[in-house]
Ligand binder design. Structure first.
Ligand SMILES: Cc1cc2nc3c(=O)[nH]c(=O)nc-3n(C[C@H](O)[C@H](O)[C@H](O)COP(=O)(O)OP(=O)(O)OC[C@H]3O[C@@H](n4cnc5c(N)ncnc54)[C@H](O)[C@@H]3O)c2cc1C
Ligand code: FES
Ligand code: FES
Length: 487
């Protein structure tokens, strides 16, 4: 094993002497790359965004923007990173110091005032600039709406970036003005080559260790030897624990690059999604094939977070307000758990046992999530939060219904934020099944749904509000389905 190092803006940099918990943000700033800023250190502001070369969906490599404040530097051993400083020379090769096209647009359109957020914005913008299918629409005017530019730019690429002083109009103008990368653009050309292969890492300093193995088998054996270890995938939860709650682990084991956890299979009887695929990867690879998941993704955090966050991490955290469990419960998902002795499959409805508790044993990893096919056709995911995007749920409801000849043949409803664990709304499901899909049935079932769970009063919402929102979600779903039929 070679000493851990990261290729930053084309130059290899050793990770040592950073501590194993040191974030990519601190690592970069220590090296003088102070364009990468710390705003919040908890994934909320995007001032720390950098680009990482990752396996692509349509090209071998995608440039993916991630929150450097949440990722341990050791997790990027052997990987390639580009910062705002690196962009400045990449956009116009051979002319060091020249602005990258996204930087140029930000400058000329007044997208930057104090400039604190700007390096993060340009990194998120550059990731979207280099997205291979961005300009693919044959008629750019047709792809235009308030959130998509005539150049195919998806504004949600910037949903994890906050600006306190410029205002977003000029930033949007800059995003919608960028063209296509030039043929000689080195970062555009880089997409045609494979991303760096994951490397095994053994980084030990001052009594703490960051370890990565190449295969699932080796990782599970290591986990058996180190049951005290913290498993880390995208680190969007763990990074917050480290930065805000000052948690430290004697041993961290990375699972995010394990090939066995990064497979996505669509079979005749099930869709199996690897636990370490990021939400962005799942979204792009499924491309709408699981409509309820397609409704979840845009409502889950921001693009920056989704570029790191995994389903394994969302279930591993076991938060009662996690957004994927209600959806996965409605889809009747099972969790595939693996340890050094083999695998077992547990229905998600039996997985959670208490507040942040599950049936997962020490030494076990979530390898995948399985969704049985066929999928129910009437689906909706309603996330009730204070903001439309990038906010934590007060309550979340996912529906998956089979309505045949006007009768509800099957109803599956997943709830988050109304109990110590995500739950199925079993009584409401019963109140719907076998009954006509009519306003009367739905009104009665909505009253039942309001009484599901034991919602709490807290700073996010009152129990009464949460209950009311449950009932409203079913009424909303009914209104949407009948609108769809009558239009
Ligand atoms: C700004 C911000 C916004 C967020 N918004 C949302 C949101 O809208 N909705 C939402 O649900 N969550 C949200 N989150 C929480 C977080 O992004 C998700 O929980 C995410 O899915 C965690 O995935 P990860 O890979 O980053 O997990 P990590 O941080 O790597 O790990 C989280 C936990 O899961 C365990 N774990 C990871 N992978 C596995 C595995 N394969 N097997 C067993 N255990 C495993 C780890 O040991 C750890 O305990 C947000 C977080 C931040 C910082
Ligand atoms: S510093 Fe705010 S998201 Fe990283
Ligand atoms: S330019 Fe000042 S915070 Fe965005």
């Amino acid at each position: 094993m070679t000493a851990p190092r990261i290729t930053v803006n084309g130059t290899e940099a050793p990770i040592s002497p950073a501590a194993p918990h040191t974030t990519v943000l601190d690592f970069l700033r220590e090296r003088g790359l102070t364009g990468t800023k710390e705003g919040c250190a908890e994934g909320e502001c995007g001032a720390c965004a950098v680009l990482v070369a990752r396996p692509g969906t349509n090209e071998p490599t995608d440039w993916v923007a991630v929150n450097a404040c949440l990722l341990p530097a050791a997790t990027l051993d052997g990987q390639e990173v580009v910062t705002s400083e690196g962009l400045a020379t990449a956009g116009t090769p051979g002319t060091p110091g020249t602005l990258h096209p996204v930087q140029e647009e930000m400058a000329v359109r007044g997208g930057s005032q104090c400039g604190y957020c700007t390096p993060g914005f340009v990194c998120s913008m550059a990731a979207e600039y280099y997205r291979p299918d961005r300009c693919a629409h044959p008629d750019p005017a047709e792809g235009t709406d308030p959130e998509h530019g005539p150049n195919g730019f998806d504004l949600h690429a910037l949903s994890g970036n906050l600006c306190r002083c410029t205002g977003y109009r000029p930033i949007r103008d800059a995003a919608f003005a960028v063209g296509a990368p030039a043929d000689e653009d080195p970062l555009a050309r880089r997409r045609a080559q494979s991303p760096p292969a994951p490397v095994a890492t053994e980084y030990v300093r001052d009594g703490s260790a960051f370890l990565r193995r190449n295969t699932l088998g080796e990782t599970l054996r290591l986990l058996r030897e180190r049951p005290d270890a913290v498993v880390v995938a995208g680190s969007t939860d763990w990074g917050v624990e480290v930065n805000i709650r000052s948690r430290r682990a004697d041993c961290v084991i990375a699972v995010d690059r394990l090939p066995e956890l990064r497979e996505l299979r669509v079979g005749s009887d099930a869709v199996e999604i690897g636990a370490a695929l990021t939400l962005t990867e799942i979204e792009r690879r499924l491309d709408g094939r699981v409509p309820l998941l397609a409704e979840l993704f845009p409502q889950f955090a921001s693009r920056l977070i989704r570029n790191g966050a995994t389903l394994g991490g969302n279930l591993g955290t076991g938060s009662p307000i996690g957004d994927s469990p209600p959806v996965l419960l409605a889809l009747e998902a099972s969790v595939v758990l693996a340890d050094a002795d083999g695998e077992r499959q547990v229905p998600l409805a039996e997985y959670f046992t208490g507040y942040r508790q599950s049936v997962r044993r020490p030494g076990e990893l979530i390898r995948a999530v399985r969704l049985p096919l066929p999928l129910s056709p009437v689906v909706a995911f309603h996330k009730i939060a204070k903001r439309r995007f990038d906010d934590i749920s007060s309550v979340a409801v996912a529906f998956a219904l089979d309505v045949e000849d006007g009768i509800v043949r099957k109803a599956r409803i997943g709830l988050g934020g109304v109990a110590a664990t995500p739950i199925r709304a079993l009584t409401t499901e019963e109140a719907l099944e076998g009954r006509p899909w009519t306003a009367e049935t739905v009104d009665a079932a909505a009253r039942v749904l309001r009484a599901e769970g034991t919602p709490l009063n807290d700073q996010r919402a009152s129990a009464a509000y949460r209950s009311a929102m449950l009932g409203q979600s079913l009424l909303k779903l009914y209104a949407q389905t009948t609108e769809a039929v009558s239009s």
